[in-house]
Design a protein around this ligand. Structure first.
Ligand SMILES: NC(=O)c1ccc[n+]([C@@H]2O[C@H](COP(=O)([O-])OP(=O)(O)OC[C@H]3O[C@@H](n4cnc5c(N)ncnc54)[C@H](O)[C@@H]3O)[C@@H](O)[C@H]2O)c1
Length: 279
């Protein structure tokens, strides 16, 4: 059910790769809620074809950019403003990639060139987008910016690897830039810390299915899906959340407040297969 929450608003969605992508779901919901959008990803992602068909189906312009390249980011903002005939109201940063994760490099045996690339693609790109938007004065007052993150920024999650540092930096950028953009332009910046989700990036984390099962058992409301994440993003882009800024907002069914649950204890007990394991 749509509520027209984004009627008249214009925004850019960075990071939709395929139907599983969180950004894909956000793009769909934004359109459903009355927004006009443009989309961006790498040229390679576009050539893979799925975003192309999304854009054709919804009549949405696509502007290619490597998120580490400031000039290309500038073009995305300029082209989007040209397309809309004015400023935007929101953008979504939904981008993450680690070659160390992809190559299964252990945390105590990292490749440092890859590490820098992880930080550049997954965190500094957020600062680059915000800085470009600020210099171009691309976002209307009371606009809203959201980036996606994961709880491994706060707590250690085996195998999340150098992405943990990237997410910690990303969240910090939201706070630091959130102050400046809020003070000067009333623009809010938040991160959403999402449950593990089966997407292309998600599947890159080894043992993802077990992590999802554990997380689901630990969360009183269960894991949040990509669609539910998109709903939450829409509220943050809408005028209903005008005074929420510089926050890391957990969207995880309660996982972040849990220590141990009955459902998680059940599988641990089974694993120990012992007599003294009580519920
Ligand atoms: N899937 C999960 O479990 C999960 C949980 C919490 C947070 N997140 C975060 O959500 C965001 C979106 O990931 P997703 O799960 O939808 O996976 P996804 O693989 O669908 O999206 C990742 C996107 O990053 C883009 N990307 C990679 N390198 C890029 C570059 N150099 N320039 C521009 N774009 C680039 C990819 O093309 C892709 O569209 C990421 O920030 C991810 O860390 C994911």
């Amino acid at each position: 059910m749509a509520y027209n929450l984004l009627k008249g608003k214009k925004g850019i969605i960075f990071g939709a790769l395929n139907e599983q992508s969180i950004a894909w779901k956000v793009a769909e919901k934004c359109i459903e809620e009355g927004a006009e959008i443009t989309m961006s990803n790498t040229a390679l992602a576009y050539r893979m074809g799925e975003i192309k068909s999304f854009c054709e189906k919804h009549n949405v312009p696509f502007f290619a950019a490597d998120a580490t390249n400031v000039k290309e980011i500038e073009e995305v903002f300029k082209n989007s403003m040209n397309h809309f005939g004015g400023k935007i109201d929101f953008f979504l940063h939904s981008i993450g990639m680690s070659m160390n994760v992809r190559k299964s490099n252990k945390y105590d045996d990292l490749d440092y060139d890859y590490f820098l690339k992880t930080l550049d693609i997954s965190a500094l790109s957020f600062h680059k987008m915000l800085q470009v938007a600020r210099k171009l004065d691309a976002i209307n007052e009371w606009g809203s910016v959201v980036a996606l993150t994961y709880i491994a920024a706060q707590r250690t999650f085996y195998r999340y690897n150098d992405m943990a540092e990237a997410k910690a930096t990303l969240e910090s950028i939201a706070r630091s830039f959130g102050y400046i953009y809020g003070r000067d332009k009333k623009i809010r910046i938040n991160t959403i810390s999402q449950s593990p989700t089966l997407t292309t990036a998600g599947k890159g984390v080894k043992g993802m299915n077990n992590l999802m099962d554990f997380s689901d058992r630990m969360s009183p409301l269960g894991n949040a899906t990509a669609e539910e994440c998109a709903d939450y993003c829409v509220t943050l882009f809408s005028d209903l959340t005008k005074k929420v800024t510089m926050q890391n907002l957990y969207h995880d069914g309660g996982f972040s407040s849990m220590g141990m649950s009955l459902k998680a204890m059940e599988i641990i007990n089974k694993g120990y297969d012992c007599d003294h394991c009580d519920d």
